[in-house]
Design a protein around this ligand. Structure first.
Ligand SMILES: [Fe+2]
Ligand SMILES: [Fe+2]
Length: 196
């Protein structure tokens, strides 16, 4: 099963062995199962993490052109994932869950805000990565790039943890089995097809 649809030309062979679903299943013994309800969508977080790790491996290998192509592909996949959540999950969560008890703000707002932050951070990472495409970037520039990416990863990890512990769990509670299965199957299908 190809979970890297539209992978940049020339990168398929380098990426597939590390980032394929089977690789991840071997590593984590996880399988997206409809019986997990919305928690099955955590497998897409794992796919994204694997792709980003492959990109960072190419930084260490100092193949910056391949690293840049992988970063661009990662960004497209991340944006697809967030579009899916914003189209299929957050409006439903907002409608069923309503407002937070203490603050009174819409329950889904924190997820939209974190998505805005993640888009901003990954766009900045992508922009700054062009410095590494110049002839002979310095070690300091490489370290600065990895630190910038670490900042993005911290925000992403925090966001993913919130979704695992709250959004997906609450959506499981707030939906009927048939509705839940249909939505999860739709999201996983779009993910496999690359949102085409
Ligand atoms: Fe999200
Ligand atoms: Fe997510």
């Amino acid at each position: 099963m190809n979970l890297q649809p539209g992978l940049p030309c020339g990168t398929q062979s380098e990426v597939t062995p590390r980032s394929s679903l089977s690789h991840r299943l071997d590593r984590h013994h996880l399988k997206p199962a409809l019986s997990d309800g919305f928690l099955a969508l955590d497998s897409t977080h794992g796919d994204l993490d694997d792709l980003f790790a492959t990109h960072q491996e190419q930084i260490i290998a100092q193949d910056f052109r391949l690293a840049a192509r992988l970063l661009n592909h990662y960004r497209e996949r991340l944006f697809l994932h967030m579009r899916q959540e914003e189209a299929h999950l957050l409006p439903l969560y907002s409608h069923r869950r309503g407002r937070r008890e203490r603050s009174g703000t819409p329950a889904a707002e924190i997820y939209y805000a974190e998505h805005r932050k993640l888009r901003e951070l990954i766009d900045r990472v992508s922009h700054d990565f062009t410095f590494l495409l110049r002839p002979q970037p310095s070690r300091l520039q490489i370290v600065a790039m990895i630190e910038r990416e670490s900042q993005f990863k911290r925000v992403l990890e925090h966001h993913g943890e919130r979704e695992r512990s709250e959004l997906y769990v609450e959506l499981n509670r707030l939906t009927a089995a048939a509705e839940r299965d249909a939505l999860v199957a739709l999201c996983l299908s779009e993910w496999r097809d690359g949102g085409a």
